[in-house]
Write a protein that binds this ligand. Structure first.
Ligand code: NAD
Length: 252
């Protein structure tokens, strides 16, 4: 690990209380960034912040629900007049519900976090990056943006949509020095499965057929590595890319 890779940079990481977001906050801080760690889970955030600060890093824990515009505004205001890195990581699953069984509540909740949450925060951060003429945005998408066997219809659709958001930001803001890329993990050892129980057994059985071809789950830091690289100057020519980080699952 290069402890100076992000030296002096200011980074916002959502979903930082758990899993990939937590690993990303820890990695960016270890690589020199001052991290604003955001999540709805205050206890988890405190644990992330304490792990970072006890290792000599700089971290501010900010309670932020990405579905709430006032939380987004407060987070961006707290980060200050310069934001170098935005890692959109917060996301939720959808109970593996196929289209014929999905309810409006699940659909709306999944889209509100996985798509509109990313839109809200990115929209708030872009003017700050524009003002300094640079910035790197990395959004955690999913292998579910290129296939349908990893989740139910709401999650898969939200991840396909957020892949479009990633590219749109890259296309329109690349000329202003802002890069936007996505990381598409396969299965990762996090808490996401514990927060969303499968509700349609036959659809889960069908999803398992797709999962049979996947390698053992990755660890969150393996995904954080890719996020950090995309956020760094080493990836200065990479804009609008959707990086599969799934150990080959999508090739099946
Ligand atoms: N774990 C996997 O297998 C996997 C695979 C592909 C993509 N992903 C994506 O990775 C991202 C991170 O998920 P994870 O696997 O680390 O899950 P996780 O459940 O361990 O962590 C997700 C975090 O997001 C937070 N969060 C949820 N709703 C929020 C909201 N409204 N506002 C702010 N924070 C909120 C949670 O509190 C939690 O801390 C998600 O976007 C997910 O879709 C995960």
């Amino acid at each position: 690990m290069d402890t100076t890779r992000h030296a002096g940079r200011i980074a916002i990481v959502t979903g930082a209380a758990s899993g990939i977001g937590k690993a990303t906050a820890i990695r960016l801080a270890a690589e020199g960034a001052q991290v604003f760690a955001a999540d709805i889970n205050v206890e988890g955030l405190a644990a992330t912040a304490s792990e970072i600060t006890s290792a000599g890093g700089v971290c501010t824990a900010v309670k932020c629900d990405v579905t709430q515009q006032q939380d987004i505004n407060a987070l961006v205001a707290q980060a200050g007049s310069r934001i170098d890195i935005l890692a959109n990581v917060a996301g939720i699953m959808d109970h593996f519900l196929p289209l014929g069984e999905v309810d409006d509540e699940t659909w709306d909740e999944v889209f509100d976090v996985n798509l509109k949450g990313v839109m809200r925060l990115t929209r708030a951060v872009i003017p700050v990056m524009e003002a300094s003429g640079k910035g790197s945005i990395v959004t955690v998408v999913s292998k579910a943006a290129v296939g349908a066997g990893a989740a139910g219809v709401a999650y898969t659709s939200s991840k396909h949509a957020v892949a479009g958001l990633v590219k749109s930001v890259a296309y329109f803001y690349g000329s202003k020095g802002i890069r936007s890329n996505g990381v598409l993990p396969g299965a990762v050892n996090t808490n996401i499965g514990t927060t969303s129980t499968p509700k349609a057994p036959w659809a889960m059985e069908r999803a398992l057929l797709s999962m049979a071809s996947m390698q053992p789950p990755a660890e969150p830091d393996q995904i954080a590595t890719a996020i950090s690289w995309l956020a760094s100057d080493e990836a200065s020519n990479v804009n609008g890319s959707l990086l599969l980080d799934d150990n080959g699952w999508a090739t099946a």
